[in-house]
Ligand binder design. Structure first.
Ligand code: AMP
Ligand code: ZN
Length: 134
């Protein structure tokens, strides 16, 4: 569809870091990754949202198969990843060409909170020790 950024990527008119493609889908790295691994799996056919996929259509199962394969290839199949589709504005959808997100990698938010708790507890222990010594 003209004006659709993902159609342009599929047609090769807009550059993208494509990691996988076949007759049904194209998968490429997200331009604004939420995590170290963030890939979008996009049907070649322009379909705006999940709601527009007819019941029983093979595309969703195929997108799932591609996600599993990419997760294996990237070494996160066992450690874990998120696989989701945002639907319409209220569901966080910004690009209205159906796409599934495959997201995995370091969770910096959790690591930061853990480090902050570790430092706070350590600091309290040190102050307590200094207080009991003096
Ligand atoms: P959503 O919110 O589910 O519609 O997700 C759209 C995603 O597309 C966002 O994560 C964007 O960072 C990503 N995106 C938008 N434009 C591009 C682009 N030209 N190449 C790669 N990813 C893009
Ligand atoms: Zn499109």
């Amino acid at each position: 569809m003209s004006g659709c950024i993902f159609c342009k990527i599929i047609e090769g008119k807009v550059p993208a870091n494509i990691v996988y493609e076949d007759e049904m889908v194209v998968a490429f790295w997200d331009a604004n990754p939420a995590s170290p691994i963030h890939i979008l799996i996009v049907p070649r056919k322009h379909v705006p949202t999940l709601n527009d996929i007819p019941d029983g259509d093979a595309i969703l199962g195929h997108i799932g198969d591609v996600a599993k394969k990419l997760a294996r290839d990237l070494g996160v199949a066992d450690t874990g990843y998120r696989f989701f589709i945002n639907v319409n504005r209220g569901g966080g959808q910004v690009v209205f060409h159906l796409h599934a997100h495959l997201v995995s990698g370091r969770d910096m938010g959790t690591k930061f909170i853990k480090a902050a708790i570790f430092l706070a507890v350590g600091w309290r222990k040190l102050l307590k020790k200094l207080g009991s010594n003096g």
